[in-house]
Design a protein around this ligand. Sequence first.
Ligand SMILES: C[S@@+](CC[C@H](N)C(=O)[O-])C[C@H]1O[C@@H](n2cnc3c(N)ncnc32)[C@H](O)[C@@H]1O
Length: 292
Amino acid sequence: MKVLIPWWLKIIAKIVLSRVPVDYSFWQNLGLFRHGYMDDSDYVVKVFNMHVFRAGLEGKLQGKTILELGPGDSVATVIVAACFGAKSILIDAGPFAKSGLDDYHKLVVYLEQNGLNPPDILASATLDDILAVCNAQYLTGGLESFASIQDNTVDFIFSQAVLEHVRKSEFFDTVSECSRVLSSDGIASHRVDLKDHLGGGANNLRISSKHWEADWMSSSGFYTNRIRFKEMLTIFKKAGFNVDVSCKDEWKDAPIARKSLAKEFRGIDDDDLLVSGFDVLLKPVDSFKIET
Ligand SMILES: C[S@@+](CC[C@H](N)C(=O)[O-])C[C@H]1O[C@@H](n2cnc3c(N)ncnc32)[C@H](O)[C@@H]1O
């Protein structure tokens, strides 16, 4: 039987648990705090193929540079990208990728079973060895990591359930950095999940930014920046992108009563409030790049 835990109890429990002095890997192994599912072979390949397909890059990855934002618990993308002759740069906000190599060995078998030719990682003893074999970088300084990437050098950027986790104060700069490093004929594909991470509703909109953005709250494993659909599209445009929303998911009914929203969210349009997630393709607006 599934026990329904109320959103506010989840917040309290996560604030308390995230303060227990154990490594992230402890929670990762228990499955209590995780950064996504990229340690699952089937998931990583599906996510990779889906973004490549949306971006129209099937069969065109040879020699390309791919940037994945927020890979989470695994650097598996570097192995998948290498199968297609692409090199990759992974940027996350911390070193969350598992250091054990079992999942990578399983991935290689999975890729071979699916007719691909993954790089030989059998001699690799560490994550760094795998990165070297795959001609890849794993940068874990979040926004700061972009500083080591030159302008116009990335062909394809993708992220899966990441943009909503970028701290609100860093969101515009992060999207602008994506715009700076993306080549003028490059493309980005993002899947954004706008549901709260407290059960899939919109209960995160009840709390004022003063509390929500405080470090003690935002570091407790359920942070999302609460930037709504229309505002995110405006930020993408402001950062120099042409925006193409390929899919928009909506709740059937308002996910929360307007009177329960924190004051700062009460002015959101009904149709904006209904958006629970979306897929978006971003291409550089050339004139913007020339101006800046
Ligand atoms: C829900 S997890 C998704 C992980 C993975 N993409 C997946 O689909 O399994 C969100 C990820 O975004 C990362 N993230 C948060 N802020 C970030 C930032 N400023 N730059 C890069 N990654 C960030 C988190 O550390 C985490 O790995």
